[in-house]
Design a protein around this ligand. Structure first.
Ligand SMILES: Nc1nc2c(ncn2[C@@H]2O[C@H](COP(=O)(O)OP(=O)(O)OP(=O)(O)O)[C@@H](O)[C@H]2O)c(=O)[nH]1
Ligand SMILES: [Mg+2]
Length: 198
């Protein structure tokens, strides 16, 4: 029987170039601004402290791969928009991220994380436009929703969705800190990682 599920996800490797990663069977990736909560969300989805979380932006500096089963990967990408001085960052989200996103045939979905309170930034909108231009499958997840007051959340969600040209119901609204929307995301990731044959 094929192994599935996210009950035993393990850290596999870190790489700075997508070219050195072996072939995968099914992968999902998490991208977004530095400090938006990518590593925290991966940990929440996997119910395990896998990815390093920090208050210092730019913590994740490599492509970090976590395996649910052989070839079935969750990929934590470095944040964009942090290293102001670096050419690659100024130009966009960097060669490492772009290289990974464009060279993975098994990539099933890219979760683009935006801050629920801040909404999509210019860089987030650029990333979405670029993903769309590349024909890559993406879905937006609004993180740290616990930071938005309950009374304001419907309006915030609607406005953020409008700016990104998506429907509010298609904008996942999550909080890793308070475990909101995490179970739904876990189910989604599980299904994506089960697709494709070994
Ligand atoms: N309030 C709140 N804070 C969160 C949540 N998720 C993450 N954080 C905090 O946000 C900060 C950044 O979290 P990370 O998960 O390291 O963010 P990241 O996107 O992986 O950051 P980089 O690796 O630097 O790009 C940490 O201080 C977390 O504790 C959340 O759901 N709610
Ligand atoms: Mg990180």
């Amino acid at each position: 029987m094929r192994r599935s599920g996210l009950d035993d996800v393990k850290y596999l490797l870190s790489e700075t170039s997508a070219d050195r990663l072996g072939a995968g069977t099914a992968e999902v990736a998490f991208v977004g601004r530095s400090n938006v909560g990518k590593s925290s969300l991966i940990n929440a989805v996997c119910r395990k402290d896998l990815a390093r979380v920090s208050g210092t932006p730019g913590r994740t500096r490599a492509i970090n791969v976590f395996a649910a089963a052989p070839g079935r990967w969750l990929v934590d990408l470095p944040g964009y928009g942090y290293a102001q001085g670096a050419q690659a960052e100024r130009a966009g989200w960097g060669a490492m991220i772009e290289g990974y996103l464009t060279r993975r045939p098994a990539l099933r979905r890219i979760f683009v994380l935006v801050d629920a309170k801040v909404g999509p930034t210019r860089l987030d909108l650029d990333m979405l436009a670029w993903l769309q231009s590349q024909g890559l499958p993406w879905r937006v997840v609004a993180t740290k929703s616990d930071q938005v007051k309950r009374a304001a959340s419907a309006a915030r969600r609607g406005e953020a969705a409008r700016l990104m040209g998506i429907l509010p119901e298609n904008l996942a609204w999550v909080s890793a800190a308070e475990n909101v929307g995490v179970k739904e995301l876990r189910v989604e990731v599980e299904a994506l990682l089960q697709s494709g044959s070994d």
